[in-house]
Design a protein around this ligand. Sequence first.
Ligand code: AP5
Ligand code: MG
Length: 213
Amino acid sequence: MKIIMLGAPGAGKGTQAKMIAEKYSIPHVSTGDIFRANIKNGTELGKQAKEYMDAGKLVPDELTVKILLDRVAQDDCAGGYVLDGFPRTIPQAQVLEDALNKLGDKIDYAINVDVPDENIVRRMSGRRACLKCGATYHIEHIPPKQEGICDTCGSELVLRDDDKPETVLNRLKVYHEQTQPLIDFYTERNVLKTVDGTRDMKDVFNDIIAILG
Ligand code: AP5
Ligand code: MG
Protein backbone atom coordinates (compact mmCIF):
# COMPACT_ATOMS: atom_id res chain seq x y z
CA MET A 1 0.00 0.00 0.00
CA LYS A 2 1.40 3.40 -1.04
CA ILE A 3 0.02 6.33 0.91
CA ILE A 4 0.62 10.08 0.81
CA MET A 5 -0.18 12.35 3.75
CA LEU A 6 -1.38 15.82 2.76
CA GLY A 7 -2.17 18.73 5.05
CA ALA A 8 -0.93 22.05 6.38
CA PRO A 9 2.17 22.26 8.56
CA GLY A 10 1.16 20.97 11.98
CA ALA A 11 -2.02 19.25 10.76
CA GLY A 12 -0.78 15.99 12.25
CA LYS A 13 0.70 14.30 9.17
CA GLY A 14 3.70 13.01 11.09
CA THR A 15 1.63 11.87 14.08
CA GLN A 16 -0.78 9.89 11.88
CA ALA A 17 1.91 8.59 9.50
CA LYS A 18 3.78 7.02 12.40
CA MET A 19 0.66 5.16 13.54
CA ILE A 20 -0.16 4.05 9.98
CA ALA A 21 3.41 2.77 9.51
CA GLU A 22 3.16 0.74 12.69
CA LYS A 23 -0.27 -0.76 12.00
CA TYR A 24 0.42 -1.72 8.38
CA SER A 25 4.15 -2.55 8.87
CA ILE A 26 5.36 -0.16 6.19
CA PRO A 27 8.12 2.48 6.44
CA HIS A 28 7.27 6.07 7.40
CA VAL A 29 9.17 8.30 4.98
CA SER A 30 9.31 11.97 5.99
CA THR A 31 11.37 14.38 3.90
CA GLY A 32 11.33 16.82 6.84
CA ASP A 33 12.82 14.14 9.13
CA ILE A 34 15.45 13.29 6.48
CA PHE A 35 16.45 16.97 6.23
CA ARG A 36 16.53 17.39 10.02
CA ALA A 37 18.74 14.30 10.40
CA ASN A 38 21.12 15.77 7.81
CA ILE A 39 21.19 19.13 9.60
CA LYS A 40 21.96 17.39 12.89
CA ASN A 41 24.79 15.40 11.27
CA GLY A 42 26.21 18.51 9.58
CA THR A 43 26.06 17.12 6.03
CA GLU A 44 26.26 19.31 2.92
CA LEU A 45 22.60 18.57 2.17
CA GLY A 46 21.71 19.60 5.71
CA LYS A 47 23.54 22.92 5.34
CA GLN A 48 21.68 23.68 2.12
CA ALA A 49 18.27 22.63 3.46
CA LYS A 50 18.56 24.51 6.77
CA GLU A 51 18.62 27.91 5.12
CA TYR A 52 15.24 27.29 3.46
CA MET A 53 13.64 25.48 6.39
CA ASP A 54 14.49 28.18 8.95
CA ALA A 55 12.84 30.75 6.68
CA GLY A 56 9.73 28.57 6.33
CA LYS A 57 10.38 28.15 2.60
CA LEU A 58 10.39 24.92 0.61
CA VAL A 59 13.69 23.24 -0.09
CA PRO A 60 14.14 23.37 -3.91
CA ASP A 61 12.70 20.43 -5.87
CA GLU A 62 16.18 19.60 -7.28
CA LEU A 63 17.41 18.71 -3.79
CA THR A 64 14.22 17.07 -2.56
CA VAL A 65 13.15 14.81 -5.41
CA LYS A 66 16.36 12.78 -5.67
CA ILE A 67 16.46 12.10 -1.94
CA LEU A 68 12.88 10.86 -1.96
CA LEU A 69 13.26 8.67 -5.04
CA ASP A 70 16.45 7.12 -3.59
CA ARG A 71 14.67 6.42 -0.33
CA VAL A 72 11.61 4.72 -1.83
CA ALA A 73 13.86 2.60 -4.07
CA GLN A 74 15.32 0.89 -0.98
CA ASP A 75 14.31 -2.70 -0.24
CA ASP A 76 12.17 -1.95 2.81
CA CYS A 77 9.83 0.17 0.63
CA ALA A 78 9.08 -2.67 -1.80
CA GLY A 79 5.81 -3.54 -0.01
CA GLY A 80 4.62 0.06 0.23
CA TYR A 81 5.22 3.15 2.36
CA VAL A 82 3.59 6.20 3.86
CA LEU A 83 4.99 9.50 2.59
CA ASP A 84 4.83 12.43 4.99
CA GLY A 85 5.76 15.88 3.64
CA PHE A 86 6.27 14.73 0.06
CA PRO A 87 5.06 15.70 -2.50
CA ARG A 88 4.66 19.36 -1.63
CA THR A 89 4.51 20.86 -5.12
CA ILE A 90 2.87 19.81 -8.39
CA PRO A 91 6.28 19.14 -10.02
CA GLN A 92 7.20 16.82 -7.10
CA ALA A 93 3.89 14.96 -7.49
CA GLN A 94 4.48 14.64 -11.22
CA VAL A 95 7.99 13.22 -10.76
CA LEU A 96 6.69 10.67 -8.25
CA GLU A 97 3.84 9.69 -10.56
CA ASP A 98 6.21 9.26 -13.51
CA ALA A 99 8.63 7.15 -11.45
CA LEU A 100 5.78 4.90 -10.26
CA ASN A 101 4.28 4.68 -13.75
CA LYS A 102 7.56 3.29 -15.04
CA LEU A 103 7.20 0.48 -12.50
CA GLY A 104 3.54 -0.06 -13.47
CA ASP A 105 2.61 1.26 -10.06
CA LYS A 106 0.63 4.12 -8.49
CA ILE A 107 -0.31 5.86 -5.25
CA ASP A 108 -3.27 4.12 -3.56
CA TYR A 109 -4.41 6.84 -1.15
CA ALA A 110 -3.72 10.54 -0.56
CA ILE A 111 -5.00 11.27 2.95
CA ASN A 112 -5.71 14.96 3.49
CA VAL A 113 -5.62 15.84 7.20
CA ASP A 114 -7.75 18.95 7.32
CA VAL A 115 -7.09 21.55 10.06
CA PRO A 116 -7.93 25.28 9.76
CA ASP A 117 -5.07 27.80 9.98
CA GLU A 118 -6.20 29.25 13.31
CA ASN A 119 -5.72 25.88 15.07
CA ILE A 120 -2.28 25.42 13.55
CA VAL A 121 -0.31 28.24 15.17
CA ARG A 122 -1.56 27.17 18.62
CA ARG A 123 -0.48 23.58 18.03
CA MET A 124 3.00 24.37 16.77
CA SER A 125 4.17 26.39 19.76
CA GLY A 126 3.43 23.39 22.01
CA ARG A 127 5.13 20.81 19.83
CA ARG A 128 8.32 19.17 21.04
CA ALA A 129 10.31 16.95 18.72
CA CYS A 130 12.96 14.28 19.15
CA LEU A 131 15.65 14.86 16.52
CA LYS A 132 17.06 11.38 17.09
CA CYS A 133 14.07 9.08 16.45
CA GLY A 134 11.53 11.51 14.98
CA ALA A 135 8.92 11.13 17.76
CA THR A 136 6.66 14.14 18.25
CA TYR A 137 4.94 15.33 21.44
CA HIS A 138 2.73 18.22 22.48
CA ILE A 139 3.21 19.81 25.90
CA GLU A 140 -0.58 19.84 26.52
CA HIS A 141 -2.13 17.14 24.31
CA ILE A 142 0.58 14.46 24.13
CA PRO A 143 3.17 15.12 26.84
CA PRO A 144 6.18 12.81 27.27
CA LYS A 145 6.29 10.78 30.50
CA GLN A 146 9.28 12.81 31.70
CA GLU A 147 9.40 16.49 30.75
CA GLY A 148 11.83 17.23 27.93
CA ILE A 149 12.83 13.57 27.38
CA CYS A 150 11.74 11.26 24.52
CA ASP A 151 9.71 8.24 25.73
CA THR A 152 11.01 6.11 22.87
CA CYS A 153 14.77 6.71 22.86
CA GLY A 154 15.56 8.86 25.91
CA SER A 155 17.00 11.79 23.91
CA GLU A 156 16.38 15.44 24.69
CA LEU A 157 13.23 17.00 23.14
CA VAL A 158 13.49 20.36 21.35
CA LEU A 159 11.26 23.11 19.94
CA ARG A 160 11.98 23.00 16.20
CA ASP A 161 13.69 26.13 14.81
CA ASP A 162 10.87 26.51 12.28
CA ASP A 163 8.08 26.40 14.90
CA LYS A 164 8.52 30.05 15.90
CA PRO A 165 5.17 31.84 15.26
CA GLU A 166 6.48 34.12 12.47
CA THR A 167 7.98 31.16 10.62
CA VAL A 168 4.79 29.12 11.07
CA LEU A 169 2.79 31.91 9.37
CA ASN A 170 5.20 31.84 6.46
CA ARG A 171 4.96 28.04 6.21
CA LEU A 172 1.16 28.32 6.09
CA LYS A 173 1.39 30.86 3.26
CA VAL A 174 3.75 28.58 1.33
CA TYR A 175 1.38 25.65 1.98
CA HIS A 176 -1.62 27.48 0.50
CA GLU A 177 0.33 28.66 -2.54
CA GLN A 178 2.34 25.57 -3.43
CA THR A 179 0.97 22.48 -1.68
CA GLN A 180 -2.81 22.93 -1.56
CA PRO A 181 -3.09 22.50 -5.38
CA LEU A 182 -2.18 18.85 -4.75
CA ILE A 183 -5.68 18.32 -3.36
CA ASP A 184 -7.06 18.84 -6.89
CA PHE A 185 -4.23 16.78 -8.39
CA TYR A 186 -5.10 13.71 -6.30
CA THR A 187 -8.86 14.29 -6.50
CA GLU A 188 -8.51 13.99 -10.28
CA ARG A 189 -6.78 10.65 -9.77
CA ASN A 190 -9.59 9.43 -7.50
CA VAL A 191 -7.33 8.72 -4.53
CA LEU A 192 -7.99 11.74 -2.30
CA LYS A 193 -9.63 11.12 1.09
CA THR A 194 -10.15 13.97 3.56
CA VAL A 195 -10.31 13.48 7.34
CA ASP A 196 -11.17 16.08 10.00
CA GLY A 197 -7.81 16.64 11.73
CA THR A 198 -9.16 18.89 14.50
CA ARG A 199 -10.34 15.98 16.63
CA ASP A 200 -8.43 13.79 19.06
CA MET A 201 -5.53 12.02 17.34
CA LYS A 202 -7.08 8.58 18.06
CA ASP A 203 -10.36 9.60 16.39
CA VAL A 204 -8.46 10.90 13.39
CA PHE A 205 -6.59 7.60 13.20
CA ASN A 206 -9.83 5.59 13.36
CA ASP A 207 -11.15 7.55 10.37
CA ILE A 208 -7.96 6.76 8.48
CA ILE A 209 -8.15 3.04 9.29
CA ALA A 210 -11.75 3.00 8.05
CA ILE A 211 -10.47 4.34 4.72
CA LEU A 212 -7.40 2.09 4.39
CA GLY A 213 -9.21 -1.04 5.56
P1 AP5 B 1 8.01 18.95 7.65
O1 AP5 B 1 8.83 18.35 8.68
O2 AP5 B 1 7.29 18.09 6.68
O3 AP5 B 1 7.02 20.01 8.31
P2 AP5 B 1 5.51 20.44 7.97
O4 AP5 B 1 4.78 20.03 6.79
O5 AP5 B 1 5.60 21.89 8.16
O6 AP5 B 1 4.72 19.65 8.97
P3 AP5 B 1 5.03 19.42 10.43
O7 AP5 B 1 5.99 18.31 10.64
O8 AP5 B 1 5.35 20.75 11.07
O9 AP5 B 1 3.57 19.01 10.94
P4 AP5 B 1 2.82 17.62 10.87
O10 AP5 B 1 1.65 17.75 9.96
O11 AP5 B 1 3.75 16.49 10.67
O12 AP5 B 1 2.25 17.62 12.34
P5 AP5 B 1 2.65 16.80 13.64
O13 AP5 B 1 2.17 15.40 13.52
O14 AP5 B 1 4.06 17.03 14.01
O15 AP5 B 1 8.92 19.96 6.79
C1 AP5 B 1 9.72 20.95 7.42
C2 AP5 B 1 10.42 21.77 6.36
O16 AP5 B 1 11.27 20.91 5.56
C3 AP5 B 1 9.50 22.46 5.33
O17 AP5 B 1 9.01 23.69 5.80
C4 AP5 B 1 10.44 22.58 4.13
O18 AP5 B 1 11.32 23.67 4.29
C5 AP5 B 1 11.24 21.30 4.19
N1 AP5 B 1 10.66 20.20 3.37
C6 AP5 B 1 10.21 19.00 3.82
N2 AP5 B 1 9.73 18.24 2.82
C7 AP5 B 1 9.85 19.01 1.69
C8 AP5 B 1 9.50 18.81 0.32
N3 AP5 B 1 8.90 17.68 -0.10
N4 AP5 B 1 9.77 19.80 -0.57
C9 AP5 B 1 10.37 20.94 -0.17
N5 AP5 B 1 10.71 21.20 1.10
C10 AP5 B 1 10.45 20.24 2.04
O19 AP5 B 1 1.68 17.54 14.69
C11 AP5 B 1 1.88 18.90 15.06
C12 AP5 B 1 1.66 19.07 16.58
O20 AP5 B 1 0.30 18.86 16.89
C13 AP5 B 1 2.44 18.08 17.43
O21 AP5 B 1 2.85 18.69 18.61
C14 AP5 B 1 1.43 16.96 17.70
O22 AP5 B 1 1.75 16.28 18.88
C15 AP5 B 1 0.14 17.74 17.78
N6 AP5 B 1 -1.02 16.98 17.29
C16 AP5 B 1 -1.05 16.10 16.25
N7 AP5 B 1 -2.30 15.63 16.06
C17 AP5 B 1 -3.07 16.25 16.99
C18 AP5 B 1 -4.48 16.22 17.29
N8 AP5 B 1 -5.33 15.44 16.59
N9 AP5 B 1 -4.92 17.01 18.29
C19 AP5 B 1 -4.08 17.80 19.00
N10 AP5 B 1 -2.74 17.88 18.76
C20 AP5 B 1 -2.26 17.12 17.77
MG1 MG C 1 5.84 16.33 10.38
